[in-house]
Design a protein around this ligand. Sequence first.
Ligand SMILES: [Zn+2]
Ligand SMILES: [Zn+2]
Length: 361
Amino acid sequence: MNPYEVLGVDRSASAEDIKRAYRTAAMKNHPDRNPGDHQAEERFKKVARAYEILSDPSRRDAYDRYGTTEDPGSSAGMGGMHDIFSGFGLDDAMRAFMENFGFSSAGSGPRVVRGEDVTVRVDLDLEEAALGGRREVEVERNVSCAECAGTGADKASGSESCRHCNGTGRVSSVRNTLLGSFRSVNQCNVCGGRGTIPRKLCSSCRGRGFEKKKSTIAVDLPAGLSKGHYIRLRGQGHYPGQGGVPGDLKLLINNVDYGPFKREEDDLVYPLTISYPQAVFGGEFTVPLPDGNSLKIKVGAGTCAGTRFKQKHHGMGRLNRRSRGDLLVEIDIHVPRKVKRSEKELLKKLEESPSFQVKNI
Ligand SMILES: [Zn+2]
Ligand SMILES: [Zn+2]
């Protein structure tokens, strides 16, 4: 079988090209789409086998060099090509297909244990959200046991080889199906794939391999975060013990305090209340900026309520970009609830003077 021919790709095809060709061919010949069509089923299996070879750089390299995927230099401990090929049944093809395209597959062997994620909620002030910054957060999480270095074994008595898998950490089994028998190699579930078992459990962690610890972690905040965003720090979560990999630390933005500002995506709106005469005559006003500084702005004569003055690049930082949104100063005009008698008389005069007449239809 020439895997390049099966997938219809060139020998120089990129990994992405190969994946695309595989996806197309696998979808076309998928048993669900071709019920009862044995030829399609055979093609589906063949396509999966071809992809198995070409998606693995070392096997692809071996095929390119030797025309087979068996490495002639190795002493073929796993049964060699014949077992892999003759045993490649529909189940395996389906499983490969599911795994390659992100479906979960119950039939696959155990994977490396991954620790749980740790979520820390933080509230940000405007400056942190707008411009980014650095936050130190306190986290209580499971870390590798210092006494046994995460192995769970007592230091003095150490570990012994796992008898179930003869210390290899893997067990192989042969399954017979209508489409032939195939060999599968799974992680040993007695030793969890480590190949060793503690003679005596570590007394500090009681064999779990981890202990609770409080730590302070500095997290860089990018500019432009908002409520509900989270920052993921890979491998900074709980350590699951015994050879597993830690989960992630998730810094969840619980809330952002915008103070007097209102956020409109990457822009900030600042309501500036001015008096009625100021609106008529115009003037210079001071508005706050998200970084704590302030800015002087000019309001022209005859400005209506609701007018927005755009101050470019004084808004929120745009997430994952270098630019910033704008600050929009929105004019509101103060209307007194109560006026003195003398003011009332002045207003009465204004009401009747020609510039102050309003016509509605
Ligand atoms: Zn074992
Ligand atoms: Zn320990």
